[in-house]
Design a binder for this molecule. Structure first.
Ligand SMILES: NC(=O)c1ccc[n+]([C@@H]2O[C@H](COP(=O)([O-])OP(=O)(O)OC[C@H]3O[C@@H](n4cnc5c(N)ncnc54)[C@H](OP(=O)(O)O)[C@@H]3O)[C@@H](O)[C@H]2O)c1
Length: 254
């Protein structure tokens, strides 16, 4: 049985791939960075396949599915994603649209295509990586927060469709708070509060996925955030999110 992990060249995805490999899964690692794919392949050894793809291009998502649809894949982790720290009007429209293509469209396409096969087979796990950002309107990262809200809502709705039809296929969503990865560098932001360890985040997520938890949130304080949002208004959430976001500083995107 194999696990397909997008964004497996860095951060959370890289550690998820290692964890699944240690658990005995064959792994299929996807990303753009060929050098990192080779390093990961060497580290994980036989049973690892790497595919270089830019998933912000929908045609590459369809090609990825076509190249893998006959493999015995049991786990799909839609992890690849990025953010951008800027005012909505000042940010690059190309980058914003590319973010929507990767964070929303790639998740949507891969989930839809693989889910059909998993339903036919009667098994499979799909874990979509959203964020705590899914629960809030996020000034200065408005598009990113919006993309993660889509991933969260899509996952929860599809999960219910599966449950109501008695399907054994698992569908869940990972919603971490800040994690210490390359995410901030790529988003062009620095923040005094250090994120949690990506290895811990990844291992916790895989463990909870196999326990079939619907919403996976590493950290005690972080788990409270969705509850607090249910008890407050959108206006209050936006106010407090602004207060949080204003502590961050813009840095050059890397
Ligand atoms: N770090 C955080 O604070 C945090 C918090 C909540 C949620 N998340 C979410 O966690 C996920 C993983 O992020 P991370 O923190 O691990 O960041 P990261 O270290 O920057 O990793 C991002 C991964 O996504 C891949 N990726 C980026 N653009 C891609 C593209 N166009 N096509 C294919 N792959 C692409 C990257 O691979 P290549 O560069 O090789 O393409 C890399 O493997 C993201 O969805 C992020 O939104 C992160």
């Amino acid at each position: 049985m194999a696990a397909l992990i997008t964004g497996a060249t860095s951060g959370i995805g890289c550690h998820m791939a290692k964890k699944l490999s240690h658990m005995g899964f064959d792994t299929i690692l996807v990303g753009r960075n060929k050098k990192m794919l080779d390093i990961m392949s060497e580290e994980l050894g036989s049973g690892t396949k790497t595919i270089q793809a830019d998933l912000s291009k929908p045609e590459e998502c369809f090609e990825l599915y076509e190249s893998l649809k006959n493999e015995k894949i049991e786990v799909l982790i839609n992890n690849a994603g990025f953010g951008d720290f800027s005012y909505f009007d000042e940010g690059s429209i190309e980058k914003q649209l590319s973010m929507i293509d990767l964070n929303i469209k790639a998740v949507h396409i891969l989930m839809k295509l693989f889910l059909g096969d998993f339903i036919d087979k009667g098994y499979g796990y799909i874990l979509n990586v959203a964020s705590l950002a899914a629960f809030l309107p996020g000034p200065k990262m408005a598009v990113y927060y919006g993309t993660k809200a889509y991933v969260y809502r899509l996952t929860m709705a599809v999960r219910e469709e599966l449950r109501r039809r008695g399907s054994k296929v698992y569908c869940g969503v990972l919603c971490p708070g800040p994690v210490a990865t390359n995410f901030n560098k790529r988003a062009g932001v620095s923040f005094a509060k250090r994120g949690i360890d990506p290895e811990y985040c990844a291992e916790y997520a895989i463990e909870k996925m196999f326990e079939e938890k619907p919403v996976i949130i590493p950290g005690t304080f972080e788990k409270l955030l969705p509850l607090l949002t249910h008890l407050s208004t959108d206006a209050l959430q936006t106010f407090f999110c602004w207060e949080f976001q204003k502590q961050k500083e813009k840095t050059p995107n890397k």
